[in-house]
Design a protein around this ligand. Structure first.
Ligand SMILES: [Zn+2]
Length: 103
């Protein structure tokens, strides 16, 4: 067989191997991203459950930080701080979330 035909065949094999490697890398990236999305979805489900609990907890007259409650299930009471205008500003001492409440 001609040497050139063998070289052409080896070139083709190398191209196919390169394409396979590229697709393998792409598959790995997609798998990694799917795992990340799955973790995010799991966290969102938990946070949604926490949100439902928060809404239930809000029936009491205590002001609880929604961020700390939903993200970490921590019940941090927040109180109004002095503000420049007529509205009340509540600030969480734990995560520093501020909520302005119109009066
Ligand atoms: Zn907080």
């Amino acid at each position: 067989m001609f040497k050139e035909f063998l070289e052409a065949a080896e070139n083709e094999i190398q191209l196919v191997r390169n394409e396979y490697d590229n697709l393998q890398n792409e598959e790995n990236q997609i798998t990694e991203r799917l795992n990340e999305i799955s973790e995010i979805r799991f966290k969102l489900v938990i946070q949604n459950d926490a949100l439902q609990s928060y809404v239930t907890a809000c029936t009491s007259n205590r002001y609880t930080c929604p961020s700390c409650f939903i993200r970490n299930r921590q019940t941090i009471e927040i109180s109004p701080i002095s503000s420049q205008d007529a509205n009340d500003i509540f600030k969480c001492p734990h995560c520093s979330l501020q909520i302005e409440v119109e009066i």
